[in-house]
Design a protein around this ligand. Sequence first.
Ligand SMILES: N[C@@H](CCC(=O)N[C@@H](CS)C(=O)NCC(=O)O)C(=O)O
Length: 211
Amino acid sequence: MEVKETPILYSFRRCPYAIRARLALSSANIKVEIREVVLKEKPKEFIEVSASKTVPCLVTDESVIDESLDIMLWALNQNDPENWLDMPDEGFEVINLIEDKFKPYLDKTKYSSRYPKDEFEGNRMIATDILKDLDRFQKGKYFFGNKMSLCDVAVFPFVRQFAFINIDWFNGIQWRNLNDWLNYFLDSEMFVSCQKKYIKWESGNSTVYFP
Ligand SMILES: N[C@@H](CCC(=O)N[C@@H](CS)C(=O)NCC(=O)O)C(=O)O
């Protein structure tokens, strides 16, 4: 019988893309060797293998998967006990909207000191309006009804990041469902167990497995 190597996941605890990759690997119950990358000191092993030099990056004995959504799909296509892939195609449109339209304004709000001061309110408002549309769009407890799907999991880490720029301000908005949805994730065993702290990986460290 062919023995497969344990895949290696280059990850960073706080990165929203890495969070969603870990959530999918954990749901699929796929064990990986986790290597915590400090983005300012990327290890040479990571630089050599990742074309984009971004985390997450999953190295299997067959390929290198450099995009978080591809890592999620790779994991869930092998094992999807919670049926996250059971989602209308519209889910991918929502994921794209968050990555392409929301993320730039999330960054401009979060890292506002890098941008002109007078643009802060406008940038934050653009990001908030996108989330308000999503809030109206939500069809139940989750985006597509009462069952969690890939879309919820792929989008959650970005909404979380935006909310915690100023959680009091975020909580002050009259959300229809989005705040309950966010809190559900934040309090879930699933998320908490994906946010364990790991020390920075260096060649020669003993192997750490996730989940
Ligand atoms: N499209 C990539 C984006 C990943 C990404 O941008 N990750 C950030 C961290 S949140 C990163 O590694 N940035 C590289 C750097 O800061 O040097 C994915 O979905 O995996």
